[in-house]
Design a binder for this molecule. Sequence first.
Ligand code: SF4
Ligand code: SF4
Length: 437
Amino acid sequence: MKIKAQFGMVMNLDKCIGCHTCSVTCSNTWTNRPGTEYMYWNNVETKPGVGYPREWENNDERKGGWHVKDGKLQLRAGGRVSKLLNIFYNQNLVQIDEYYEPWTYDYENLINSPEKDHQPVARPISQLTGEYMDITWGPNWEDDLAGVHETGKRDPNMRNLDEQIKFEFEETFMMYLPRICEHCQNPSCVSSCPSGAMYKREEDGIVLVDQDTCRSWRFCMTGCPYKKVYFNWKTHKAEKCTFCFPRIENGQPTICSETCVGRIRYIGIVLYDADKVLEAASVEDEKDLYEAQLETFLDPFDPEIQKEARKQGIPDDWIEAAQHSPVYKLAVEQKIALPLHPEYRTMPMVWYIPPLSPFMNALGGQVDSLSPDVIFPTINQFRIPIDYLANMFAAGDSDVIRNVLEKLVAMRSYMRSVQLDKPFDKSILERAGMTEE
Ligand code: SF4
Ligand code: SF4
């Protein structure tokens, strides 16, 4: 057993209000230099939608990550095989306009305009070319413009076009998906890098780029299925979310967590068995990947694990931190947080509590003193379809989502009854596989 400590994050999606404060504070802190204008190490996507970069979940050619082929775990596009084939041309690379062409405004015209009948206009100017531009695309475009997105392509989490049309026009729903680098246990960006510049830190699992070693190959960008590596077009080096390691090393949370208006983000350390990661990532059936990843995590309360961790050099305060980790509690103990697209097989470490909303609507405004027979069937009437969430967080396994939603419904019902001092049917908790503790 090789024990490693790993930072992770859980985001509770019911609490995200889509304010983008996280993206702005991250951007102000880390991507305020020339060449980084188009980068959002943290971005927030409106779903359903095509995301940032455009179609990142939707393009099989450039999907990145891993797949099982001939019984073996192999890199998809951007990996070593593609590197050999495309040694001079990384053909699956995401292009700048798929993120968006960064712009500023013609403030000169605004500030120095002579007096006239109409207000002066600050027209958008491309930060790449310095020319005036028409803006037709940007991050989170669906939220800003609403309606059907211009590409006409579908969100891959929808199963077919009929379903998309039905949801878009008849049963509209939306949710927000904030995204950072997943700091994966099995990072395909690291494996794709021909120069050895991408690396996963031994001590805490944070994935970083060594700027001196980066040789501009950009296979990490193609190899990452979450499209969370960016290319600085001034320095010609890859850049990415650093999990705010300089802040973490000084006992502070990541800037996105500290400034999150909805308080949706929980940071913590987990201990895992690194010897189990490749085996877990290689399970044949995609639907087994979630459980396989859970199997890699170790119980920080187990004295044998503690002893072995100490022997392998994990400091005592890290073991203690793992015991108090909200990531361990929400993802491993309570099993209410789920990995984003586990089918990419990178074993991501940013997990999500899927959204319930609008729960009260489905219950006709009533949530207290209800029996399980009333509460649980309402899950089928939730506005956000279970299959949609299952395609995003459970490789299509709707039972996994249903189980999480049952727990969330049971918890909310229980807490309401405690706070309002109302009777509570304890079989609600039992049916969701929970206890009062
Ligand atoms: Fe690498 Fe982050 Fe992409 Fe995972 S999400 S493959 S760690 S860049
Ligand atoms: Fe959501 Fe928090 Fe970001 Fe606001 S700051 S968009 S609530 S994750």
